[in-house]
Structure formats: structure tokens, C-alpha cells
Design a binder for this molecule. Structure first.
Ligand code: NDP
Length: 360
């Protein structure tokens, strides 16, 4: 595998002159089957043309079930035989790096699942390789597509709660039995930190337009994590503005409602049940003892993400979460892991090319 961009096949070049993005899904995964394939199919300027799976039989069944024309077993044969513009890398965590680098080297735009890579070195390499190849790299931090999260971000950035002083985010759920495979057993690529901490970090970066600088964390293998793989973690995070956040991620809570709170000088925001794959939950603004519900029009999170990715490919806009946003969420998540392992406060490294979330 190389990160050096190679000659770009004509059929795969960016389609600034076209009105559709032709997509392939890499990895016949659960999340692609449940959400992302249908999201691509629902977006008017997206066309889902292929799936790549190491297993010919599973790939074929996936393609048949979802009405996808092409099924193949390798990226190489996909590039040779099918005209596509973008790939959705939906493989297990350990394969994100190689699949992304291979696609970028072929001149394809990439929406990669989180965590972007297993190490910061890999994630930075991926972001730089895509920058050099002139292709869009986005990270599937799908929560940025949630109408609830966008409403909270608007409230914060338009000053409705004054200066934000503290935040709390709790992404606590019970991981379904069928997903208790590599996520809960494999020390190299599993664990709740790769699974949910990256999301919580990105949620806070997105709604606050602020950057984590230091963390202090504790983790545990409470119920379903095997071989030392953690299934819950709690952290305190210092942000550049001086705000302090509390984050809790867990895969062992069957009865816990997810929640996001931001507390400022002039008000508090309460998001209830709003960390999910489905559009769900409610947002409230509280001033004194008065609680007002903020009206939110639910929209499919993944379709919103795909539409924004297509706008990046076709019109040069910003994807919902860039590759560098994926580097940033991983940098904090890895600081969380080190803090929990070593029992120390850990600074979050920043990278050249990692711009703060723009205020729009
Ligand atoms: P799966 O375990 O379903 O799939 C991971 C890979 O394993 C697939 O790419 C597939 O590759 C292979 N695979 C799938 N089914 C089987 C099977 N029955 N037997 C053997 N191999 C199989 O992963 P998830 O869908 O849970 O997660 C995929 C990625 O998406 C992860 O990186 C995860 O972190 C991320 N994710 C993101 C979410 C989000 O909302 N942003 C939500 C859920 C997951 P192949 O077809 O090539 O064999």
C-alpha cells in the first residue's frame, strides 16, 4: 500500500462538470446495510453503483437486497471495471487506512467511517494523502447531520446562552448482541473509545466551535468487553475557551437516555435522547426555571451527510466533517485512552492542517 497519488483514471476524476456522484460502498457492513446504502439512494445527486466485499457471496446478497448493480471482491477490480467517483469506507476499524489510501491513490473521493484510523500517524497520513490527491476526505461523524445538533449549535453560536461555561455529553447505550464481535473482543481495533468517544468529541467540537486541549479519564470493562477491551469510559475535558466538559461513553447501558447539555452565562441547553443513528430526541432551552422546547424538523442524519459530501465533490463545499475533523476527534480519543491507562492528565496534540471548526 502506498500513500503516493498515482495516475488518476479518467473515469474516476472529480465531477465538477457533472450533476451526480457515483458511489461504491467498501465493506458489506451492518451500518451500510441499515442506514448508509439507503441514504445514498435517497439523495437526488447520488447514485449507488457498487459494493465491495471480501466475501463474494455476502457482497452479492448485500447488492441484491439493496438493489445495487455491481458487486465485486476487490477495490482494484472495482477501479478497473466500474466508473465511480466516491467510496464510502465502511469496513471494520483496522481496514480504514488501507482502503482510504487505495481509493485516494485512484483519484476517488472518500467518506470514511470513524475512527478515521487506529493511530494518529495513520489518520494524518490519510488526510495528507487525500489533500495531495486533490480528493475530498470526510469522516462519517453522522451526528453533524442531526437537526437537533444543528439547532443546539445555532443556539450556542448565536449567543442564546451567553458564554458557554460547561458541557456534558452522555452517549450511553447497549451494544446489540450481533455487534459484539471485533468491537468488544479485539484489543487492536475494538473498544468504546474508538466506537463512541470519537463521536462525543466531535459533537462537542461541532456544537461549541471549540477545541479540546487536555483530558483526564477513567475506563472499565464492565460487562461485555473481553480481553481488556473497555466498554465504558468517563472523561473531563478542558477546552481552549476555558470551558470544561464531561463525557461518558458506554456500550453496557440498556436503560440510559443519551444526553447533551451546554450551560452558559445566560441559559442552559438540554438535548434529550439525541445521540443515535435515527433522527430522534428533543431540545430545550432553559432560562431560570423556564424550560422552552426548541422546534426541530427531523431529517435522516446519513442522507444529510451524503448530500453535504456530494456538494463538496460537485461544488467544492465543505463536507459535514472533514478528514481533519476525523484526525481531531481521534487525537482527543487517544488522549482519553492514554489518560485512562496511565492515570494522568494528557494534552491533546494539534496538527498542521487541522483548522478549527468554522463558525457558519
Ligand atoms: P460490521 O462488523 O458489520 O462490518 C465490518 C466489516 O466486516 C465489513 O466491512 C465486512 O467487510 C465484514 N463483515 C460484515 N459482515 C460480516 C459477517 N457476517 N462475517 C464476516 N465479516 C463480515 O461493522 P459495522 O457496520 O458495525 O461498522 C463498520 C464501520 O462503521 C466501523 O468502522 C464502525 O466504527 C463504523 N460505524 C459507524 C457508525 C456511524 O453512525 N457513523 C455506526 C456504526 C458503525 P467485507 O464485506 O469486506 O468482508
Amino acid at each position: 500500500m502506498t500513500d503516493t497519488p498515482q495516475a488518476v483514471p479518467a473515469a474516476s476524476r472529480a465531477r465538477r462538470d457533472a450533476d451526480k456522484v457515483r458511489w461504491a460502498i467498501v465493506g458489506a457492513s451492518q451500518i451500510a446495510r441499515s442506514w448508509v446504502a439507503k441514504a445514498i439512494q435517497s439523495v437526488p445527486d447520488a447514485e449507488l453503483v457498487a459494493v465491495v466485499s471480501r466475501s463474494a457471496a455476502r457482497g452479492r446478497a448485500f447488492a441484491d437486497d439493496l438493489g445495487i448493480p455491481v458487486s465485486t471482491t476487490s477495490l482494484k477490480s472495482l477501479f478497473a471495471e466500474t466508473a465511480i467517483d466516491a467510496v464510502y469506507v465502511s469496513t471494520n476499524n483496522a481496514r480504514h487506512r488501507d482502503d482510504t489510501l487505495e481509493a485516494a491513490a485512484a483519484g476517488l473521493h472518500v467518506l470514511c467511517e470513524k475512527p478515521l484510523g487506529l493511530t494518529l500517524y495513520d489518520a494524518v497520513e490519510m488526510a495528507r494523502a487525500c489533500d495531495r490527491a486533490g480528493v475530498v476526505l470526510a469522516t462519517n461523524h453522522h451526528m453533524r447531520g442531526a437537526a437537533t445538533h444543528r439547532a443546539i449549535r445555532d443556539l450556542v453560536l448565536t449567543g442564546q446562552i451567553g458564554r458557554p461555561l460547561a458541557a456534558r455529553v452522555m452517549y450511553c447505550e447497549y451494544l446489540p448482541k450481533e455487534l459484539q464481535t471485533w468491537r468488544t473482543k479485539d484489543k487492536e481495533q475494538g473498544g468504546v473509545i474508538y466506537d463512541l468517544t470519537v463521536h462525543n468529541v466531535d459533537v462537542l467540537r461541532f456544537v461549541l466551535a471549540d477545541e479540546p486541549v487536555e483530558v483526564m479519564s477513567m475506563k472499565a470493562s464492565s460487562l461485555i468487553g473481553e480481553n481488556g477491551v473497555e466498554d465504558q469510559v468517563q472523561s473531563i475535558v478542558n477546552f481552549a475557551s476555558g470551558l470544561i466538559a464531561y463525557m461518558h461513553e458506554g456500550q453496557v447501558f440498556a436503560h440510559h437516555e443519551t444526553a447533551l447539555e451546554i450551560h452558559g452565562t445566560d441559559g442552559s441547553i438540554y438535548g434529550r435522547g439525541i445521540l443515535d443513528e435515527a433522527p430522534s430526541g428533543r431540545v430545550y432551552l432553559r432560562r431560570g426555571t423556564e424550560m422552552t422546547e426548541i422546534p426541530v424538523e427531523p431529517a435522516n442524519l446519513y442522507a444529510t451527510t451524503i448530500a453535504q459530501f456530494d456538494a463538496a465533490v460537485l461544488h467544492g463545499e465543505r463536507p459535514a466533517a472533514t478528514g481533519w475533523d476525523g484526525v481531531a476527534s481521534l487525537a482527543t480519543a487517544l488522549a482519553v485512552r492514554r489518560s485512562a491507562q496511565e492515570g494522568v492528565r494528557v494534552s491533546v496534540p494539534r496538527f498542521e492542517g487541522n483548522p478549527p471548526v468554522p463558525v457558519v
